[in-house]
Design a protein around this ligand. Structure first.
Ligand code: GDP
Length: 448
């Protein structure tokens, strides 16, 4: 399927950047030089406009060497996350919803050059609204191409919405007026006005649009642009916005081998959001423009992103708070230990999280591997403990018999069990010290 390959070239261009960071331990001013060059090149090749690329690269480098690094997350993963967040921001952050009028019909005026997919889009949009339970009516305003009117009528029939036509002899602004009246009479929710496109921007087209806009007083004025035209699409959005004032853009043909320049440049260059995207010729191929999903598709590294996010979360959320409370009251027991261990196992590794706790020091990849190996070992031993023993690690510190039993039941050596118990107490103390509470944190000597 073509879809999977959307922006494929950009994706692989960016991949080069991550690859260069493999084996590094932290992001530094020096080691991001090459990756940033790759990112810059990838964006330019995707036809993102140069000023946008410059700002983007600057923002990413600033963050990369700045604060907010999560210890334990590898530099390449960290960079993926920063680039992702900047991409989302670049594309407008939040999804920009269509606005609907609260009184009378919502009027959507569509503009765009010839061949961008505007006529198709009218019907797609009607179909899209229909699924949301909104009735709509199309108004055929392309009076220069009788074929365009016929096409709109056919598409309207296909999606089951009425099309208002008045031939090619009536002025578009007059057609708009009549069509709107008709829609009001029929209590239609949304009126979608198709207008004439030209091969290039010209004064006649702009004047006509201004006139139609005046008559319709539209809720939305959307410029339809072809994603294949890259940064040119962004320039068009700017021009139309300056000339007639628009509320947003719709990108079509995102399913083709478009390189991403349009999707990435439109908002930043024009200040206007992309509201919807067309991703195919079928009537169903229209969807809201989700900056986060788009960034995700571009990077194609969903798993890395969710790992980094999770790592951030683990620190931020209840785990951290709960853990802190437990540590403060020296109640961190084997249940917590097990819970942590399992949560961390899900994330990938134990020491990564330990490494995230400020003051615990940097964790080397070798340590990570070691911890991963230890993980299963610990689980087995903790599972062999009684509930009481888990809650009161002191019992294990005091009784060699208990440790012996656990060793036997878990198939580990007594020494391994002793190590685990010692480790828990060490952790308590280390964490307690970390929290700035110095009193009472002694490590018990295990009795024999
Ligand atoms: P208009 O001149 O702007 O009204 O453009 P049309 O609606 O006639 O579309 C021009 C061509 O682009 C037609 O062949 C459409 O089927 C095709 N088209 C429109 N939207 C899309 C899209 O999202 N993806 C693809 N692949 N083709 C599209």
């Amino acid at each position: 399927v073509v879809r999977a390959e959307m922006f494929g070239q950009l994706t692989s261009g960016l991949e080069a950047a991550w690859t260069k960071l493999k084996g590094e331990e932290v992001l530094t001013k020096e080691n991001i030089v090459e990756p940033m060059r790759d990112i810059r090149r990838a964006l330019l090749e995707a036809d993102v406009s140069l000023p946008v690329v410059r700002r983007f690269v600057q923002a990413v480098s600033d963050q990369a060497v700045g604060v907010g690094l999560i210890r334990g997350v590898k530099p390449d993963q960290q960079l993926v996350k920063i680039v992702n967040d900047e991409l989302v921001k670049l594309m407008g952050g939040e999804v920009s919803e269509l606005v609907f009028s609260k009184s009378g019909p919502t009027v959507i005026l569509l503009a765009g050059l010839q061949g961008v997919g505007k006529t198709t889009l009218c019907a797609k949009l009607a179909n899209y609204l229909k699924k949301q339970g909104k009735s709509s009516m199309l108004i055929a305003g392309d009076v220069y191409r009788p074929a365009a009117i016929d096409q709109l009528v056919i598409l309207g029939e296909q999606v089951g919405v009425p099309v208002y036509t008045a031939g090619t002899e009536v002025k578009p602004s007059e057609i708009a007026k009549q069509g709107l009246e008709e829609a009001k009479k029929k209590k239609i929710d949304v009126v979608i006005m198709d207008t004439a496109g030209r091969l290039q921007i010209d004064k006649g087209m702009m004047d006509e649009l201004k006139e139609v806009k005046k008559v319709l007083n539209p809720t939305e004025v959307l410029l339809v642009v072809d994603a294949m035209t890259g940064q040119e699409a962004a320039a068009l959005v700017t021009t139309f916005n300056v000339e007639i004032g628009i509320t947003g853009a719709i990108l079509t043909k995102l399913d083709g081998d478009s390189r991403g320049g349009a999707a990435l440049s439109v908002k930043e260059v024009s200040g206007k959001p992309i509201k919807l995207v067309g991703r195919g010729e079928r009537m169903e191929d229209l969807e809201p423009f989700y900056p986060d999903r788009m960034a995700g598709r571009i990077l194609g590294m969903g798993d890395v992103l969710s790992f980094v996010e999770k790592a951030q979360e683990v620190m931020r959320q209840e785990d951290a708070e709960e853990l802190q409370k437990k540590i403060m009251s020296a109640k961190f027991d084997f249940n917590d230990f097990l819970k942590q261990t399992r949560a961390v196992a899900r994330m990938g590794s134990m020491t990564r999280v330990i490494g995230m706790i400020p003051g615990m020091g940097k964790v080397t990849p070798a340590q990570v591997r070691e911890a991963e190996k230890n993980l299963k070992l610990m689980e087995a031993m903790i599972e062999a403990m009684t509930p009481e023993e888990r809650e009161k690690p002191e019992l294990l510190a005091e009784s060699p018999d208990r440790r012996r039993r656990i060793a036997k039941d878990s198939g580990k050596t007594e020494q391994q069990v002793s190590q685990l118990v010692a480790q828990l107490f060490q952790m308590r103390v280390r964490m307690k010290n970390l929290m700035g509470i110095m009193e009472g944190g002694s490590i018990p000597t295990l009795s024999n």
